[in-house]
Design a protein around this ligand. Structure first.
Ligand SMILES: [Zn+2]
Length: 542
């Protein structure tokens, strides 16, 4: 280990220098991690991460310890999940074989990951054909492939109840995924890869995992069609990741009859959060913030870089965008967010934060609301729920280092509270920006009919709450406003109450991999999700 010709490459000192050498922790590779760990065990008195003496005895001890340590993954490598989290004490619901369902969900998910549906371009037609095949032989099921553009399609399967007494329920997911940079991933993004307790692959948690679980449940329900009180519609959409024009919006425009008799929709968009080895919260999405982009343009006098001008478009742009960046729009709560903070307080451990959550959920006096908001807004996730948010996402300007340009441009991605009016928000951004030569303007048109919040007193919401209470009795269930947008905007807009869940209990670190590199799902969460959806759909459809 100490010899070899590539010593420098391993961060080792040049040959000939014996004794001690520094190991830089930040640059370690896997092998040097084990080497250091073995050294620490062999010489507990040595601060191993800084200096490690080499001696023959040391090397012998390392030679024994390294193979042992190699058998266990390094602590903090994050490949293990706590099995406790996914253990359900309640007996399996009738008709569900837990192991078989988990196995089947995984198999379908792996198939879906291999179908590359990066959007753009999407290519969802291939996934739609896959579902057509998967459901093709089920009795009582009618399938439709709704092509919206070359290689792009929505997929709808309707399982008909023999004698329905109620309107259909839809379970919906999207087939497209965001792009993945194979260089940045440690596994091939379109090849399902098992590592530790996880399955890696693009789409595992957004949203192919949910589609796989829903597909298994759909097939199970089809086996016992006589028990159904309503039709069950499986809807797999295209183009969710870029706004749904070739997906849900096209379906509602061109083939509304395939889905518009439904009473409600079960969709993505909620969260099941894990902390301290248990499921802590089940957030059922009932409303979303409304997304917009606002373009900022600055103009000024152009000139040669050798003669600085007081009036510089880029400087004005920088001042204006910075003021808006630092701006905190007013705090505004709605029924969902009030209930959200009230329930979240039940599992919050920090006493100050808990008091602020309790306080804000019942406060009516604006000053009191602001006082609590000041505590909560320290957490960016809470902050995004309290108010409209504007994130600076793009900035452009200049074309040559010695030329003062006459213009510059920036973009804010703005997510407004559903009760707010984007026109007023843009006017306010203009005022806050405070630069006469800088203008703020909305990209596209305002959404005229912002969909209503889906009510919490429906059979579907109740079934989602009940299933969560059975499977995770210690968790707190709450309605949730998501800061991102999904296809629910379209279905709610069509007047169909829509409820979002991400049916996998996840720790925050895994949840944040959505759209990021190394997206992954805990393998035991697959069976959990399938059982959850089975309980929910079984409850409302039978
Ligand atoms: Zn999604």
């Amino acid at each position: 280990m100490a010899g070899g010709s590539n010593r420098e490459g391993k961060g080792l000192p040049p040959e000939g220098e014996t004794g001690t050498f520094p190991l830089q922790v930040c640059e370690w590779d896997r092998l040097s991690y084990y080497f250091v760990l073995a050294g620490a065990v062999a010489h507990p008195e040595t601060p191993a991460c800084h200096l490690m003496p080499i001696s023959p005895t040391h090397l012998i001890r390392c030679a024994v310890l390294v193979p042992i340590l190699l058998l266990s993954p390094p602590p903090g490598s994050g490949q293990e999940v706590d099995p406790q989290v996914y253990r359900v004490d309640a007996p399996a619901p009738e008709g569900l074989d837990r192991e078989a369902a988990a196995r089947e969900t995984r198999a379908i998910l792996e198939d879906l990951i291999r179908i590359d549906t990066q959007n753009p371009p999407g290519n969802e037609l291939a996934a739609a054909r896959y579902f057509e095949e998967l459901f093709g032989d089920l009795e009582g099921v009618e399938v439709h492939i709704h092509e919206t553009a070359p290689e792009r399609a929505n997929f709808v399967a309707r399982l008909s109840a023999e004698s329905p007494t109620r309107a259909p329920v839809i379970v919906m997911g999207h087939m497209d995924v965001v792009g993945a940079d194979p260089e940045a991933w440690t596994t091939p993004p379109f090849e399902p890869t098992e590592r530790g307790d996880y399955l890696y692959g693009r789409g595992t948690i957004d949203d192919k995992g949910m589609l796989a679980a829903a597909a298994v449940v759909f097939r199970l329900l089809a086996r016992d069609r006589a028990a159904l009180q309503r039709d069950v519609i499986f809807l797999a959409t295209a183009d969710e990741e870029t706004g749904g024009a070739e997906g849900i919006w096209a379906l509602l425009e061109e083939r509304p009859e395939l889905i518009d008799d439904a009473e409600f929709v079960l969709n993505e968009g909620g969260r099941i959060r894990v902390g301290d080895g248990r499921v802590r919260t089940v957030n059922i999405q009932t409303v979303e913030k409304v997304p917009y982009n606002v373009r900022v343009r600055a103009s000024g006098v152009s000139g040669h870089g050798s003669v600085p001008l007081p009036d510089n478009a880029l400087a004005a742009l920088a001042r204006a965008v910075n003021r808006v960046h630092e701006w905190r729009p007013p705090v505004r709560l709605n029924e969902t967010t009030r209930l959200y903070f009230e329930r979240l307080a039940e599992v919050e451990e920090d006493p100050d934060v808990r008091a602020a959550m309790e306080g804000i959920s019942s406060a009516t006096d604006p000053q009191e609301v602001d006082r609590h908001a000041r505590v909560l807004q320290e957490d960016p996730l809470h902050n995004a729920i309290l108010r409209t948010g504007a994130s600076l996402t793009m900035i452009e300007g200049g074309f040559r280092s010695n030329v003062i340009p006459s213009e510059g441009e920036a973009t804010f991605n703005v997510r407004i509270l559903p009760e707010e009016d984007i026109r007023e928000v843009v006017t306010e951004m203009q005022r806050i920006g405070g630069e006469p030569s800088v203008t703020f303007e909305l990209v596209g048109d305002p959404v005229e009919d912002v969909p209503e919040t889906s009510p919490v007193d429906t059979d579907l919401f109740r079934a989602m709450q009940t299933a969560a209470e059975i499977m995770a009795p210690d968790a707190v269930v709450m309605p949730f406003m998501s800061t991102g947008a999904t296809d629910a905007q379209a279905t709610r807009g069509a007047g169909i109450p829509t409820y979002g869940i991400l049916p996998f209990p996840l720790v925050m670190e895994d949840e944040l991999r959505m759209h990021g590199d190394d997206e992954r799902v805990p393998i035991p969460a697959l069976g959990w999700a399938t059982e959850y959806i089975y309980r929910v759909l079984g409850e409302v459809a039978r």
